[in-house]
Design a protein around this ligand. Structure first.
Ligand code: ZN
Length: 73
């Protein structure tokens, strides 16, 4: 299998790689970055299949661009 994995969420307790989060939510950055894009971070709660510990991790990050806005002269 050569499926590209972005970021693994690993159990902080035993190091087991968590699969799917059982709960997700979005965090919207209150301020845009230098390129005036808003970063939306999708976070999730994971439950370790090995030791049962629950922990929080980042599921994915999105950058929402405000069209091509150019500021300056
Ligand atoms: Zn674990």
């Amino acid at each position: 299998m050569s499926r590209k994995q972005t970021k693994k969420n690993v159990c902080p307790s035993c190091g087991e790689v968590a699969s799917e989060p059982y709960k997700t939510w979005e965090l919207v950055a209150p301020f845009p970055d230098k390129k005036m894009r808003i970063t939306v971070t999708v976070q999730g709660m994971f439950k370790c299949s090995s030791c049962g510990k629950t922990f929080r991790g980042v599921v994915s990050k999105l950058k929402l661009g405000a069209e091509d806005v150019e500021i300056g002269n």
